[in-house]
Ligand binder design. Structure first.
Ligand SMILES: *[C@@H]1O[C@H](CO)[C@@H](O)[C@H](O)[C@H]1NC(C)=O
Ligand SMILES: *[C@@H]1O[C@H](CO)[C@@H](O)[C@H](O)[C@H]1NC(C)=O
Ligand SMILES: *[C@@H]1O[C@H](CO)[C@@H](O)[C@H](O)[C@H]1NC(C)=O
Length: 218
């Protein structure tokens, strides 16, 4: 009986150790993902100086917030004079709720890998120099409330998939190079037209059957 108890304790102990190790590896992989972002950005003001990938997890880094399980929930880097690109590795921050990178000078495209962020509440990329299309896969972000992409150089249409996000409350895509028609379905029924202003070829809600519908906008 005593022998069996001892074996049981050993098993429990090794199980705990294994779980702890898994946690550690997970936390490290989030640090690695953020470090990939650091490497893809240019940071003349050294706001990312505390981002040291040799630490157990990124929870003590400036501009990073974690939950009780040491999973990253916020990245706050608005107005930080950053340039460079967004790293696709951001899609690995599975518990991320707030991605704040507004008012920088970031170029390149919005990584479609961000569609993996099922708890993301706020995607604030406004006032940068982003190009390319708004990924239609962002329609998978089922927790999204704030989508602010205004003041960039984004092209192509506003993906219809975004109308399928029930939680969406604020959309601003003004001051880009978007084309096609402004969606009016779902959450888009309540977005003021001003938030679509200053796009070269973005048209108001169309009458069904109009021949010009979405022509020359891919
Ligand atoms: C931003 O960085 C540039 C160097 O790339 C520097 O000349 C400029 O002063 C910085 N601006 C601010 C507001 O820190
Ligand atoms: C955006 O990028 C273009 C080309 O890469 C560059 O000419 C322009 O100065 C950038 N805009 C800003 C506001 O930095
Ligand atoms: C559109 O552009 C005009 C002229 O640059 C500017 O005054 C206006 O504020 C812009 N609208 C929005 C919503 O940013």
């Amino acid at each position: 009986m005593a022998f069996r108890n001892c074996r049981w304790e050993l098993l429990a102990a090794s199980l705990t150790l294994t779980l702890a190790l898994i946690h550690l590896v997970e936390a490290n992989s989030e640090g690695d993902a953020l470090y990939a972002l650091r490497r893809s950005l240019s940071d003349p003001d050294h706001v990312l100086q505390s981002w040291d990938p040799t630490l157990v997890n990124p929870c003590t880094w400036f501009h990073v917030t974690c939950n009780q399980d040491n999973r990253v929930t916020r990245v706050d880097l608005g107005n930080s004079n950053l340039s460079g690109h967004l790293a696709p590795e951001l899609g690995k921050l599975e518990h991320l709720q707030y991605l704040e990178l507004y008012k920088n000078n970031i170029e390149g495209t919005i990584p479609s890998e961000l569609d993996n962020l099922e708890y993301l509440i706020s995607l604030d990329l406004y006032n940068n120099n982003l190009t390319g299309k708004i990924p239609s896969s962002l329609g998978k972000l089922k927790s999204l409330v704030f989508l602010r992409l205004n003041d960039n150089r984004l092209t192509g249409p506003i993906p219809k998939e975004l109308t399928k996000i029930p939680s969406l409350k604020v959309v601003d895509v003004s001051n880009n190079d978007l084309c096609g028609t402004i969606p009016t379905e779902g959450p888009f029924a309540h977005i003021p037209l001003q938030n679509f202003e200053n796009n070269s070829r973005l048209e108001g809600p169309e009458l069904i059957g109009l021949a010009s519908y979405d022509t020359n906008c891919n």
